[in-house]
Every structure is written in structure tokens, then in C-alpha cells.
Design a protein around this ligand. Structure first.
Ligand code: ZN
Ligand code: ZN
Ligand code: FE
Length: 757
């Protein structure tokens, strides 16, 4: 007889790991116990040597699909001779690892039960098992046990208890176990909060088919749903939600429906059907998918598509039949999505005709993730539900925990402990007080889940970010200010575990520069510890600051003036001359016209010159339209540009602006201009990188910043650089935009701390 103590680290809680261990031990006739310790699953196992060896082997090779084993440690202990094998009560002492898995889409086995009239969970909208269901969104503490979730208030019925305690059942120790007798329930409420009679799902489905709008409580928040083929419904949703043109995501019943509407690759199908069930940006089939109202996603070539991921979704699409559903976040314009029933009813009053709610509370707000397939890698536009809180592995182990507070827009925060960076779900724009409150609360939650209180805090240099204020007001021992684009570059370096200096191309809308100008067209050379600004786009004034971001014509005006062209020629008829005169004064007097090297704003200027868009109704709209136009064309050559020598070098945009205006005057199609502009940026990137390579002997390039969420540009820059022999890295785990900033801040802080010792 031998006895071994085995610790298993990784994502091993909430994934059916203890039941799996129990089943394995029982099958091999072994005695002992298994328990969650918070930081690991701990096993003590006793029996003869062959059986113990078989146990150790199978532990690694046949673990549940959702489990991710990072390490297994084994030591011998003295046999105690207990009779059988048990799952022991969780022990929470000691260091806690955040081994809580992300929320998981309904699994195949649960789906079968959902539509089986003889099953006791037939059409039950909260059917889950050890392999699927809510996880992070219902967690209130660690370790992952029913008592530390919002399921705590639902006492199991006898039938559920039997499954929960039966080692051979799929729901053995499934913490989210529930059934119609004991679990959460759906309710349909009208806008005046009265319960609507009848089956809530049938009521909702009928309303959607009749053209109504339903607020639907999901995993991480409320959605607003309506018939995507009904242009009146979509128009009503836009008006009520105050969302003019920003694309809505849609939900389709299955992959067949997706293939009818969009051109999809095998990889895209895999992403759509993965347990994370993100929104996948897909190319529509031409002619523009007639089954979808044009107002769902006006003027862009991608459609955000997802498949059902909760039993409620499955039941709803089943009742609605082959109609596509708009499934957009349950909020008014840019607020955070509603999660609480009362909050939803007050905030979505006047938008939804019906509320489909339930009594399982959402503790962590978690938006849908958004991804795009880039052929060899996945581009994360937003990394949230289904992916968070899976950690990103850091290239070096850090000695003490670090908190990175992220940026201001598309905020995520991150905590580093040991070898791992835990990035938060998408918090959103911290300008919003609700988002800010959730931000502070969720930082607390992550700290308690990880059982750390970081004394090192990393933040952006921008003095007006709410995240910066939080960092400066904290009582952390060490505060590390990180320049915005340095953080972007470090984020990509950390993600790929790169060693040594790189050329970092960091292109985005805006970030605070060390010279207090607005940066956003940067070539930085260095590593996580420090960077040097090797080159940047020529500075032009940003007339009106934030307003210039919303009004692309202002950037066209500014660039025209800069390039020595009569700027009034570029002003569209829709803009009053007086407004243009004020902009001219701002620029000439330098009042409220900070200098900017932003590629994002250059996109705006070009969109306005090309007549594509003069006023944006959502962030990045002009650039997305240019991208859509560019993808309609093959190669159309490049425009002129200059790289001026010096430290730093400057990419002169004036020849480019003059050539674009000449193309406009010559009546060239906007798609040709858009394509040439993309190619010009790519060519400029290559030219500058070649200069840097000659001077610094560097051959590795990372592409980062929100501009690289533009797949057309990202692919072309990568291709052109690779042709010249550069080794090119782009983001594949975290977003290139500000959602990935917190990872970079962590990496910089870790490097600073390391050097400080
Ligand atoms: Zn399941
Ligand atoms: Zn039950
Ligand atoms: Fe940025």
C-alpha cells in the first residue's frame, strides 16, 4: 500500500474536475479524497502502485474538456487506510488562485435534454451541468462553490441533490445545478412591471415576430432583441436607444443560417461554435444579405454574428424560427449594459416593449466578446464574456502582485500574480459614472478572488483619466506611470513573450505623449523597461480637441491648411462656413487645438476628403467605412509621402494630403482613394522600419494600437514588412486597442520593479 499527495494547478475549479477525480479513483479501486484548496485541487490517494501510476497518468490525459492543467506535483505520504474515496469540503486557507473558468455556452448534452419532452429539464431555461453554464458572471468569491455564487439562494430539490451527490452523474458537484422545481425562473413583464400571463418565452417570441423589442436578461447583462429582418423594428430600436448608425450584432439559430448570410471559413465556424461563443465579424455575401435590414449595420462590410449560448437563447430562436435576431447590448447609447432587473426596467423603459427577466442575479457585468478571424490568428476587438478570467501567461515571473488600472476608453484592468496576468472583462468608458462604480467594485472583486492586495500600481500618464486618478489616490507603495503607446507596445511584447528590443508600431486615436502632445502615429524602439520615440507622424492641430474626433471634417480642414491647400475647398456643403471660420481661428491662435500625430485622426481626415463621412455618429465610424471601401478593391498603388530624418524621424503627411485632394478633384472613386491610403500607410511603416533597422540593427516589429483592429491595414502592413524580411508580431490574445493596455502596463511595471532591485 502506498499513499500519494497530489496538487493540480490550473483551471481546475468549476469544470467538473473533482467529480472526474472521484470517478477515476473509484474505477481504479483507490481510497482517499479530493478537495478544492483555492489555489489548487488537492488529492490524497491510496492503493497499490500500479493503480496509483494509472491514476496519475489518466489524471493528465483524460481530464474534462474545460479543465486546463498547468502543473501537477506529487509527493509520498504515510498511508492512513480509509475505506473509500470522497470529495471533501473545500479548504480556503492559504494562497488562492483565480482558477474560476469563464462562462461557457450550453453544451451538447444539456441541449439534448432541453428539447427532450421526456426529460425533467425539458424547455427549462437554466439547464446547466459541470461542462457548461454561467461561471465568472455569478461568482461572488473564491473558491468556486455554490455558496460563493448567486445560486446560493436556490436550495436544491431532492432530484437535483441526488444528481449533485452521485459520482456517476454528469452534474456531480455541478455548482450551477438547477431544475424547474428548485432553480431560477423566467418572467415576462410589461413596461409597467406587470407580469404577463402565459409562457414567458412564447410571449417574447410572439412580440418579436410582431415587430416589438424585448429586453432579455442573459449571462453577463441584458440584451435588446428584435427581428433583424424587420426594418421598422430596427429603426424603432435605433431611435429609442439613441444609436444612429453603430452596427448591431445579430444572433442566428445555427451555422447553416450563418452560411446563408455570410461567407465563412472553417476557422470562423470554429470561433462561432466555440464554448466562448463570441460575436464574430463576418463578411456578408453579396448582394448584401437581403434577409437583414440594411439599417442593422449601415455602410460597413462586416456583420457581427453570434450563435445562441444560453438555454433561453436556444428556446427563443426555436420559437422564432428562421428569423435573424438583433441582439445588442441592453443600454442607452454608450452607457454600460444593465445587469440588475430593477436597473434594467428603469433604464430600458421607453426602449423595450417587454422584459424577459429571471431571478438568478448577475454579479459581474460581462459584455459579449468580439473577434475577427485574420487567417493565421484571431483579432480580439473586445475580450470579455467567455474568455475572462482565463489568465495570460507572462514571460517572466513577477515577485509581487501588480495592479494595472488600464486607460479611459474600452477600459480593462489587470492583476499580475506569479506567472499570470488576469485581465478583467470589458469595463467600458470610465466617463460614465456607472462604469466607474463597476470598475472600482470589480477591481475589489478580482483582488479578493486572487487573494492579493497589490502594492505596485501601474497607470497611464494621462492626467485626466479616471483610472489615473484612482491610481494616484490609492495608498500603493509604488506607482508606475506608463506612457500610453509604451503600454501598447509592451502589451504585444508580453503576449508573445518576446525578449530584447523591438520596433513597436503603435497607431491609435490618441494617447498622452511625454511632450504633452496627442500621440497616435508612433514608432517606438525598446522593450518593456524603456522605449525611445524613433519616429512619428507629423504633428497637425486637433481643432476642438474631442470634437475633432467626432467631426472628421475638422481634421480634413486642419490637414488641408497644414499641406498648403485652401482649407475651405475641403469643407462640405453641410458644414456652415461660420463653423469652418471658427476652426480656422482655433488653429491659427492655437486655442483648444493641441498638436496630434494621430493615425486615427488621419483616417478621419481622409474619410472627409473622400466624401465618405464628415460627422461620425460613433467612435471609429469614418475609419471603418474607409476600411470597408478599401476591401472592395485590389492594389491601386500608393500615394507620395516623405520621411524626414532626425531624432525622432517624422513621416510628412503633406504630400499624401495633396495627392488625395488631387484624386478627389479628378473624380477618383472613394474606394480607390481608400485603398491607396491603406497601402500608403503600410508603405510608410515599411520605409520607417527599414531606416530603423539600418540604424539600430533591429528586425522584430510589433503592431499595436486601436488602428490595428483594422484587418485590411493589419494584413497589408504585416505582408509588406514580412516581404522585406521583418519578423512581425500582432496581437492574438488581447485587443490591440485600449482593451489591451492594462497588460502592457503590467509588463512595464514588472520590468521597472525588476530593474529597481
Ligand atoms: Zn451542460
Ligand atoms: Zn431541482
Ligand atoms: Fe490607445
Amino acid at each position: 500500500m502506498e499513499r500519494r499527495a497530489i496538487d493540480v494547478h490550473g483551471t481546475v475549479q468549476g469544470v467538473g474536475f473533482r467529480p472526474f477525480v472521484h470517478a477515476l479513483a473509484t474505477r481504479l479501486g483507490l481510497a482517499g479524497f479530493v478537495t478544492n484548496t483555492g489555489s489548487a485541487v488537492s488529492i490524497e490517494i491510496e492503493g497499490d502502485r500500479d493503480a496509483l501510476n494509472a491514476f496519475e497518468r489518466d489524471l493528465r490525459t483524460s481530464a474534462p474538456t474545460l479543465a486546463h492543467i498547468e502543473s501537477v506535483t506529487v509527493r509520498s505520504v504515510a498511508p492512513v487506510g480509509e475505506p473509500g474515496f470522497q470529495i471533501a469540503v473545500s479548504r480556503t486557507a492559504g494562497v488562492v488562485a483565480l482558477s474560476i473558468p469563464a462562462d461557457v455556452a450550453t453544451c451538447a448534452a444539456c441541449l439534448v435534454e432541453l428539447f427532450d419532452p421526456t426529460d425533467r429539464r425539458y424547455r427549462y431555461p437554466f439547464t446547466t451541468c459541470s461542462d457548461c453554464g454561467p461561471r465568472l458572471t455569478i461568482v461572488t468569491g473564491a473558491p468556486y462553490d455554490r455558496a460563493q455564487t448567486t445560486m446560493v439562494g436556490f436550495a436544491m430539490c431532492d432530484a437535483c441533490r441526488r444528481e449533485y451527490t452521485n459520482p456517476s452523474d454528469r452534474r456531480f458537484h455541478a455548482e450551477t445545478i438547477a431544475c424547474p422545481a428548485c432553480g431560477p425562473r423566467l418572467q415576462a413583464l410589461d413596461p409597467s412591471r406587470r407580469v404577463v400571463d402565459g409562457d414567458p418565452l412564447a410571449v417574447a417570441a410572439a412580440l418579436i415576430r410582431a415587430g416589438g423589442i424585448v429586453a432579455l436578461k442573459g449571462l453577463g447583462g441584458f440584451h435588446l432583441a428584435c427581428d433583424a429582418a424587420n426594418s421598422d423594428s430596427v429603426a424603432a430600436l435605433r431611435t429609442r436607444k439613441h444609436r444612429d448608425e453603430k452596427p448591431f450584432a445579430i444572433m442566428l439559430r445555427d451555422l447553416h443560417a450563418v452560411r446563408d448570410l455570410c461567407a465563412v471559413s472553417d476557422r470562423e465556424c470554429e470561433l462561432l461554435a466555440s464554448p466562448a461563443r463570441p460575436i464574430v465579424l463576418l463578411r456578408r455575401r453579396t448582394p448584401r444579405s437581403a434577409e437583414i435590414a440594411p439599417s442593422v449595420a449601415p455602410d460597413v462590410d462586416r456583420l457581427g454574428v453570434m450563435l445562441p449560448y444560453t438555454p433561453t437563447h436556444h428556446l427563443l430562436v426555436d420559437l422564432i424560427g428562421d428569423r435573424p435576431l438583433v441582439m445588442t447590448s441592453g443600454n442607452r447609447s454608450d452607457e454600460p449594459i444593465a445587469t440588475d432587473n430593477d436597473d434594467a426596467r428603469s433604464r430600458l423603459a421607453g426602449i423595450a416593449d417587454l422584459f424577459l427577466v429571471h431571478d438568478r442575479a448577475i454579479h459581474v457585468r460581462c459584455d459579449d466578446s468580439v473577434v475577427e478571424d485574420m487567417g493565421s490568428s484571431t483579432l480580439f476587438v473586445r475580450r470579455s464574456r467567455g474568455y475572462v478570467p482565463a489568465p495570460v501567461r507572462l514571460p517572466v515571473e513577477i515577485d509581487e502582485p501588480v495592479l494595472a488600472v488600464g486607460g479611459q476608453l474600452k477600459n480593462t484592468f489587470a492583476i499580475a500574480r506569479g506567472h499570470h496576468a488576469y485581465l478583467s472583462h470589458h469595463i467600458g468608458d470610465l466617463d460614465d459614472l456607472r462604469a466607474l462604480a463597476a470598475y472600482e467594485r470589480d477591481i475589489e472583486l478580482f483582488q479578493s478572488l486572487l487573494a492579493v492586495r497589490p502594492q505596485v500600481i501601474a497607470y497611464d500618464l494621462h492626467p485626466d483619466y479616471a483610472s489615473t486618478r484612482l491610481a494616484l489616490e490609492s495608498d500603493a507603495r509604488v506607482r508606475v506611470a506608463v506612457q500610453h503607446h509604451h503600454a501598447h507596445v509592451a502589451s504585444c511584447i508580453a503576449e508573445h513573450g518576446l525578449d530584447g528590443p523591438v520596433i513597436g508600431i503603435a497607431w491609435d486615436g490618441a494617447g498622452w505623449g511625454t511632450d504633452e502632445c496627442v500621440w497616435g502615429g508612433e514608432f517606438l524602439v525598446g522593450d518593456c523597461r524603456r522605449v525611445e520615440r524613433a519616429a512619428h507622424l507629423r504633428y497637425v492641430p486637433l481643432p476642438g480637441g474631442d470634437r475633432a474626433t467626432r467631426e472628421p471634417w475638422r481634421m480634413a480642414f486642419s490637414h488641408a491648411l497644414d499641406a498648403g491647400i485652401d482649407p475651405f475647398v475641403a469643407v462640405p456643403a453641410s458644414i456652415p462656413k461660420a463653423a469652418a471660420s471658427i476652426v480656422r481661428q482655433m488653429i491659427e491662435r492655437g486655442t483648444n487645438a493641441p498638436l496630434a500625430s494621430s493615425v486615427g485622426r488621419l483616417f478621419d481626415a481622409v474619410a472627409s476628403f473622400a466624401g465618405v463621412r464628415h460627422i461620425s455618429t460613433y467612435e471609429g465610424q469614418a475609419a471603418m467605412q474607409l476600411q470597408a471601401l478599401a476591401s472592395e478593391r485590389g492594389d491601386t498603388g500608393t500615394y507620395e509621402f516623405d520621411v524626414e530624418p532626425g531624432t525622432p524621424r517624422r513621416v510628412d503627411t503633406r504630400p499624401l494630403i495633396r495627392a488625395i485632394v488631387a484624386d478627389v478633384v479628378a473624380g477618383r472613386a472613394p474606394s480607390v482613394i481608400a485603398r491607396r491610403f491603406h497601402s500608403t500607410l503600410a508603405a510608410a511603416a515599411v520605409r520607417v522600419c527599414e531606416d530603423i533597422r539600418t540604424a539600430r540593427r533591429l528586425n522584430t516589429v510589433v503592431l499595436t494600437g486601436g488602428v490595428f483592429a483594422n484587418a485590411v491595414l493589419s494584413v497589408e502592413v504585416t505582408r509588406r514588412l514580412a516581404c522585406e524580411g521583418f519578423e512581425v508580431y500582432r496581437h492574438r490574445t488581447v485587443p490591440p486597442g485600449d482593451g489591451g493596455l492594462s497588460l502592457g502596463q503590467l509588463a512595464v511595471a514588472a520590468a521597472v520593479m525588476k530593474e529597481g532591485r
